[in-house]
Ligand binder design. Structure first.
Ligand code: ATP
Length: 782
């Protein structure tokens, strides 16, 4: 992706007239995308038009093309669906329709089009661009337009935004709307689970995804489904019925009181025969299970977008405008994607072609190819589904000598994802024949009571969607009594330790690593799974629980904003968690459309406050009375020791002189959890399985030493022990899962005093927030 400084874009470009539309099936996040395009367009000095009703708006023109002002997209962030409408437009598929569309664009002076939709919409957009010169020629030759009129419109700029709940587009890791839809599905299955469990029933849940099993696979993981059917991994024709029966009855025999099977709309067997929910139901009934089908249908369109989709749509919308301003007639049309957590521009045509080739691969029964064409994490997720749902038979058991004892401990404040990660680790261990010991009540529990409990299959059943910590968590550290920690790890002959938690877990690991010469048992491989709402663990850009926290904040802020609708003109100072890390505040500020965000990184001072008060005056002045909602200011709990949330609210109120009033709002512990978000659940499984595999690999290395009585082998072990590579933090950096040595992180990456990492990977969010709140514009006008 190209990054161009704000100013250079503004100086270089002549004013463009950009049209933005949403097309195809609606997806949560389309409204935030339109908001971002409209405001970024205006910021960069362009005229922005909304095309209503998808391509129909272009073909019909007239009132369906509307110039948008800054205020027109207020409140778009929190609204589901698409406010500017979408449609399937037959006329646009014909050249005749596209000719009229071209005419309407020229007479409105529009020379760039940003389309937010699925692969069909983007294919149409690209076709439109390639035909454009010939369409213009025809408009002139038929006398509809003069040569002079078309002179400035020789070329059409097209930029694609991928809005689709299916997450089916190649060249991007996530499409706008997919995570919202996944969240809704997971929520619905949670509801169904409750009744299934009550009646000891089986439920077949049908989810969307004609050619793409992403929703099926991810919802299977996040809901702890017994079995899934997705188009990319079709089961053997005639044989799947038996496999399904085996798995479900095995789970029942272990004591599970419910059965959940997820069927993607496009599920097939390997002979391409469709597998319908009815087919699956018959098999389960045959097994003697009281079985019901729930077809989720349009609830999956999702309603209001989750935090992640609001973030994605917002950052991508701004990038789309930049791309419009930077592409030349020779550059291929870009599609805005996200790869490795970075917003990128990809050639649109190739992305669409690749996407189509997945469907082709499935049709020609080349399922491995279909799988490979999906991004790398798809296959990995599929394997994790196998490991946690299917392989609890004896098929994957390791030979006796290779089975391990692994301990898992929760450290620090509660967050969502602790249980989900523990469950996944337990299920993986059971599939391999390892034992997973849950250390009860943190390190102090271990030190005082040596309380370790082997976690069995049924113990962890249902933990995938349970917030809090079942085995108990607290902030105690091993340094409270290293001797006892060593004693109990030794007593249970642990071969590895998983520490799940926030910054304390990081400190705990470092302490163990530092003391391994004195306590040889500390030489076992040890790994931290970052789990904290603050996302302040060095070595990762993401921690379990942070997504749940952001979703909680989004809901909280939407509610608080709306509460002002009767009184009008109210500003809320919302105080969010995050310790000394501004991640949560910056992210929340971006996705709730806050007027100002105060973080420990940016600090608060009088000048900054004055600027924000000025901005509030402008915002309320421009308010034409349609927007009844309150305005937000987000303040991180540690942003300043002087400017408390109350003080900020009082200062603003005093300056407002009766023009508007202020309130503080502190969501507090609501941020730590409740039901984990589907993203946190899926990542819990990723982290847990990978962590167990890390411990396995390390033990394999030790195993390779063979007979320790041989001196060369003793040296081998010593070398392993001298190495600090067995103590790591697992994390996501970009799209990759990484293991980083605790020593490296502690010495170079950690700010131990402020309890956070030194790398600020979220500063772009603050910049875009300022752009979209109008802060930058106001500053420049002055
Ligand atoms: P979804 O992910 O919901 O299926 P989509 O964008 O793929 O979204 P489609 O119905 O395929 O949805 O396309 C939306 C609109 O885009 C169509 O109604 C049509 O107007 C236009 N369109 C799609 N394909 C083409 C094409 N090949 N040529 C011209 N226009 C097209």
């Amino acid at each position: 992706s190209k990054s161009t400084s704000e100013l250079s874009i503004k100086e270089k470009t002549k004013k463009k007239k950009i049209a933005v539309m949403t097309s195809g099936g609606d997806a949560p996040g389309m409204n935030p995308a339109v908001r971002a395009v409209v405001r970024a367009g205006i910021y960069y000095g362009c005229d922005v038009f909304a095309v209503y009703e998808g391509y129909t708006g272009l073909v019909e023109g007239g009132d369906l093309l509307k110039k948008m002002g800054w205020e027109d997209v207020r409140s778009y962030l929190s609204e589901g669906g698409t406010n500017i409408g979408t449609a399937r437009c037959k006329e646009f598929r014909q050249r005749e329709g596209r000719l009229t569309a071209a005419y309407n664009m020229v007479i409105n002076g529009i020379d760039a089009l940003i389309v937010c939709g699925g692969d069909g919409s983007l294919t149409g957009a690209d076709l439109f661009r390639s035909e454009w010169p010939s369409l213009i020629e025809e408009l002139v030759s038929s006398g509809k337009l003069t040569t002079k009129e078309v002179e400035p419109y020789k070329n059409l700029t097209i930029v694609g935004l991928v809005g689709s709940i299916d997450n089916d587009m190649s060249s991007t890791d996530a499409t706008i709307g997919a995570f919202s839809s996944l969240e809704r599905i997971s929520e619905m299955v949670d509801y169904i689970d409750a009744t299934a469990k009550s009646h000891s029933r089986a439920f077949v849940v049908e989810v969307m995804g004609r050619h793409c099993g992403w929703l099926g696979l991810m919802s299977g993981l996040s809901t702890g489904a017994d079995f899934i059917f997705i188009p990319e991994r079709p089961p053997k024709a005639g044989k799947w019925q038996d496999d399904l029966k085996k798995v479900c009855s095995r789970h029942r025999n272990k004591g599970k009181r419910k059965t959940t099977v997820i069927v993607a709309e496009g599920a097939i067997d390997d002979e391409l025969n469709p597998i319908t929910s009815e087919d699956v139901k018959k098999v389960l009934v045959d097994l003697g299970l009281d079985t019901r089908i729930t077809t989720l249908g349009h609830v999956q369109r999702g309603g209001t977008a989750v935090a992640y989709d609001r973030m994605l749509a917002t950052l991508q919308g701004v990038e789309a405008v930049r791309a419009v301003l930077e592409t030349t007639p020779d550059t291929p049309s870009p599609m805005i994607g996200i790869l490795e957590n970075k917003i990128v521009r990809q050639p649109l045509v190739e992305a669409v072609k690749l996407t189509k080739s997945v469907a082709d691969a499935i049709e020609s029964k080349n399922f491995n190819k279909a799988m490979n064409l999906r991004d790398s994490s798809f296959e990995e997720a599929y394997n994790q589904y196998l490991a946690t749902s299917i392989h609890d038979d004896e098929s994957q058991l390791l030979p006796e000598g290779e089975r391990l004892n692994i301990g898992i401990v929760h450290v620090g404040a509660s967050s969502s994802g602790l249980n989900a990660a523990t469950r996944a680790a337990a299920l993986y261990c059971i599939s391999k024949g390892h034992k997973l010991y849950g250390i009860q009540n943190g390190f102090s529990g271990l030190i005082e009571l040596g309380n370790l409990k082997e976690l069995n299959w049924l113990d962890v059943e249902g933990w995938h969607n349970k917030g809090g910590s079942e085995i108990g968590t607290n902030r105690s550290l091993p340094s409270e009594n290293f001797g006892n920690v060593a004693y109990y790890l030794q007593k249970y002959q642990l071969n590895g330790l998983i520490i799940v938690g926030g910054f304390e877990s990081f400190t705990a690991l470092y302490e163990l690593e530092l003391n391994k010469k004195k306590y040889p048992i500390f030489n076992i491989p040890k790994i931290v799974i970052p789990a904290t709402v603050s996302n302040n663990v060095p070595g990762t850009e993401y921690s379990l629980g942070s997504d749940t926290c952001l979703n909680q904040l989004v809901n909280y802020c939407d509610a608080v904003k709306q509460s002002a609708s009767s009184s009008r003109r109210r500003v809320f100072v919302v105080e969010v968690q995050g310790g000394h890390s501004g991640f949560v505040a910056s992210y929340a500020g971006l996705v709730t459309g806050s007027i100002a965000t105060y973080t420990p990184e940016t600090k608060i001072n009088l000048r900054r406050l004055q600027e924000d008060i000025d901005l509030l005056f402008t915002v309320f002045e421009n308010d034409r009375g349609e927007d009844k909602n309150g305005k937000m200011i987000i303040r991180n709990e540690q942003a300043s020791t002087v400017y408390s949330s109350e003080l900020i609210a009082d200062i603003i109120k005093e300056s407002a002189n009766g023009r508007f009033e202020t309130r503080t709002a502190i969501p507090g512990h609501v941020q730590q959890g409740f039901t984990p978000s589907s993203m946190d659940r899926v990542n819990s499984i990723r982290f847990a399985v990978k962590s167990c595999q890390f411990i396995e690999k390390w033990n394999e290395k030790i195993g390779q030493a063979g007979d320790i009585s041989q001196s060369s082998n003793i040296n081998f072990i010593r070398n392993l022990e001298d190495s600090d590579e067995g103590s790591v933090v697992i994390g996501i950096q970009g799209a990759q899962i990484n293991f980083t040595k605790i020593n490296t992180l502690y010495e170079h990456e950690a700010d131990v005093i402020l309890r956070k990492g030194k790398t600020i990977h979220w500063d772009n969010m603050a910049k875009i927030s300022d752009l979209l709140s109008g802060r930058l514009l106001l500053k420049e006008e002055k």
